[in-house]
Design a protein around this ligand. Sequence first.
Ligand SMILES: NC(=O)c1ccc[n+]([C@@H]2O[C@H](COP(=O)([O-])OP(=O)(O)OC[C@H]3O[C@@H](n4cnc5c(N)ncnc54)[C@H](O)[C@@H]3O)[C@@H](O)[C@H]2O)c1
Length: 529
Amino acid sequence: MSEKKHKDGTKALHTGDNRQVLEAQKSSQAGSNRMGLQPEIANRVRQISFAEDKKVRKKRSMSRSISASSADSFSSASYTSSDEEDDVSPREKLQTNSKNFSDFCIRNIKHADFGRREIEIAEQEMPALMDLRKRAQGDKPLNGARIVGCTHISAQSAVLIETLSALGAKVRWCCCNIYSTQNEVAAALSEAGYSIFAWKGQEEEDFWWCIEKCITADGWHPNMILDDGGDLTHSIIKKYQTIFRGMKGIVEESVTGVHRLYQLAKTGKLSIPAMNVNDSVTKQKFDNLYSCRESVLDGLKRTTDIMFGGKQVVICGYGEVGKGCCSALKGLGAVSYVTEIDPICALQACMDGIRVVRLHEVVKTADIFITCSGNKNVITRESLDKMKNGAIVCNMGHSNTEIDVTSLKTNDLTWEKVRSQVDHVIWPDGKRIVLLAEGRLLNLSCSTVPSFVLSITHCTQALALIELFNAPEGRYKQDVYLLPKKMDEYVASLHLATFDAHLTELTDDQAKYLGLNKSGPFKPNYYRY
Ligand SMILES: NC(=O)c1ccc[n+]([C@@H]2O[C@H](COP(=O)([O-])OP(=O)(O)OC[C@H]3O[C@@H](n4cnc5c(N)ncnc54)[C@H](O)[C@@H]3O)[C@@H](O)[C@H]2O)c1
């Protein structure tokens, strides 16, 4: 999943024109009560604005462009450390774990116990990855693998890192996002002896410094890359060609990173094989359909406390993400409408009992608008002008241009930050639109991704690494590959045990009739699940 490069990672109010920002702030302070708020609530609104503003000023220099994979996200849990502690850069502190190991750079090793509990909670919801760990740790299929990793550092990715290590790999790891690291998890991994270079709220130069620390170290010669966004791969290609040419392969997780890899392959600059795990079927289905089905409600609830029963919701785009959103909303009694450009998806919506409309037919009456089309300018200023007071507008698609947020940064409109990730955009007549996450991915910005989904993703990554590392010479050339279908099926089968699901076995006769091997693959590559 990737989002248009987002600079500050903070608030759109502050990303626009400065004069406008100041005006918006002034009018928000003076006018918190124009909407008839109780004085103490108006005060709270102001406090939130000021607190956010302070934070923004502090972080303003962090203008690293971040890839999709690196959209800022809510952590499952966070451990609040003191402000003074946060003011000292981890690069200026020498830390050692309880065994005197110091080859890591994180926020605070003292929080390791809390992080370990987080990892244990994640393990409970990642049974297939744990199962893979158990099944393969005897064989150690990654013995000799030296993996340099750049992903989100979360409790779930810690389960992956520890699995790779149990399978025989040596690892060094940094984060692919300057905001998403769970500091306590980084501490737990460092306490366990892993070389982790990551903390939440890095400066841009810290980000690249951490990548460097993972590529080069005394006696360390990485031979595999696990990347999410392509920044690590890019650094190695740019600065360490000798290391790069000697590697066995790259496993890439994100749309952005995969896109970069295909470009490299096209221009003949990809000198080793790469595995695109983003497009494996299990990952796609879980990421797009099931994960969005679970997280769209979470994101909306956390930001707006809205009740869905009876609310009119417009979903723009009825692909995998749109289907997931609609199915969740239906379950809570919302009245859904779909807009579509494709007659097949439109017909699917009809068959699912959803009215297919053009946006202008419902724009004045609907309560919530959710874009998930992968397209741009699906909701324009013209539509936003027509929406009713209090309408909630958000995006579940990859790019933050699905809603034309830029068109809302005009002098006639006032922006008021009412919560983290929640802006009120106020029209001259007092009408307010509730804009969530400034039009960036709602679920990544305002909720968490279920551990079970990440279990699928991480199993896929682990299997891709095993496959590339163990493949006989010549099986993979200097190109980008999809995970073999059989492995995709294996990832799914590992997860079936959680549900005590029992697969039916083909008889010899049936296998012959269908022209299949009894152990799979069960579908051709073009099959649409
Ligand atoms: N939020 C998340 O966690 C998450 C997860 C996976 C994917 N995504 C992103 O969500 C977006 C949708 O993904 P998908 O898998 O559903 O894609 P998809 O291609 O299956 O569905 C998108 C649908 O939008 C329709 N569409 C395009 N332009 C439209 C327009 N102007 N008006 C109405 N409908 C329009 C298309 O016909 C298509 O049916 C992508 O950008 C994807 O990267 C988000």
